[in-house]
Design a protein around this ligand. Structure first.
Ligand SMILES: *[C@@H]1O[C@H](CO)[C@@H](O)[C@H](O)[C@H]1NC(C)=O
Ligand SMILES: *[C@@H]1O[C@H](CO)[C@@H](O)[C@H](O)[C@H]1NC(C)=O
Length: 304
């Protein structure tokens, strides 16, 4: 009887020890991940699924995709996702895999040791044009009298349309395209007296869509009279230039005229045309018209 009991427990032990091995060798396959979905915000695409939970085991996952071309023409070829060949969490950032605005098929399977589950496929192919675009975060500040905006850096696919205006009656809104976020951009030189307001929306050319406008943010130059004083100085300077420059040009002209081509007024009696080149000469010291004339007369009147 005792022996029989021992045999029975030995068989039971063998059975219990072997069952898990039998199971892992294919009897009970590793379950496939369920509930695949893509959460896409601002062109960042995250594939998620319900995790496969096995007590005391770490399950890994691998993700593959097909673009439109592969789906249509080479449907048996799947491309491994760049970052999720073997990933632990129940999610995968597929942003770098999705490079065109076409439907993408995505699939994932679980891995445990040498076992792999069946593939689970995303029900509806994912097109990145369905991404949720949130209004961009903006920082509006003043640098001296400069109105400056800094936009959230959302990556190279994003541009921004920035609208800004001076908040007072009958002012029109200005618009500016900012090509990237993450750096301060000068919008306008502000004058005191009224706040300046700014809002922005994100544009994504790759999908031909834009976000809603952000909240409006306003800044105001503290009411210093400095710009007025500056303007006054500039005006005075301008007027000075306006008056002084023509005056000095005229004065210089006069000076040149006197020193270079003096106007010699001769008495009528001396206006003889026998040596006109002497009269036109431009150097006062060289020619003394009076002396010259006297000399000529002396020559003519010589008695011999
Ligand atoms: C899939 O999601 C549904 C609801 O979102 C949930 O009830 C179900 O348990 C999930 N499946 C798994 C395997 O987690
Ligand atoms: C995305 O693009 C497809 C065509 O490729 C179009 O049918 C669909 O309406 C677009 N969706 C959005 C949200 O623009």
């Amino acid at each position: 009887m005792i022996l029989k009991g021992n045999w029975a427990s030995l068989i039971m032990w063998l059975f219990h020890a072997l069952i898990p091995c039998l199971l892992t060798d294919g009897v009970a396959a590793l379950p496939a991940p369920q509930n695949l979905s893509v959460h896409s915000t601002n062109m960042k695409h995250l594939l998620t699924w319900s995790p496969v939970v096995l007590p005391k085991e770490t399950v890994y996952y691998s993700v593959e995709y097909q673009g439109e071309y592969e789906s249509l023409y080479t449907s048996d070829i799947w491309i491994p996702s760049k970052w999720c060949l073997c990933t632990e969490g129940p999610e995968c950032d597929v942003t770098d895999d999705i490079t065109a605005t076409v439907p993408y098929s995505l699939r994932v399977r679980a891995i445990l040791g040498s076992q792999t589950s069946a593939w689970s496929i995303l029900e509806q192919p994912f097109n990145r044009n369905s991404t949720i675009l949130t209004p961009p975060m903006i920082e509006v500040s003043q640098d001296g009298f400069h109105l400056v905006i800094e936009l959230e850096d959302l990556g190279p696919q994003f541009q921004f349309l920035v609208a800004y205006w001076r908040r007072e009656p009958d002012t029109k809104e200005h618009a500016k395209i900012v090509r990237r976020g993450g750096i301060p951009v000068h919008l306008e030189t502000m004058e005191p007296g009224a706040p300046y307001c700014v809002k922005a929306q994100a544009l994504v050319n790759a999908i031909g869509r834009n976000s809603a406008f952000s909240q409006t943010k306003c800044v105001e130059v503290q009411g210093e009279a400095l710009p007025l004083v500056l303007a006054l100085f500039a005006f005075i300077g301008f007027m000075l230039i306006l008056v002084v420059v023509p005056l000095s040009v005229w004065k210089m002209g006069r000076l040149l005229q006197y020193s270079c081509c003096p106007m010699v007024v001769l008495p009528d009696t001396l206006k003889i045309t026998n040596s006109p080149q002497k009269l036109i000469s431009c150097r006062r010291e060289e020619v003394d018209p009076c002396a010259m004339a006297m000399l000529s007369w002396a020559w003519i009147l010589q008695p011999w």
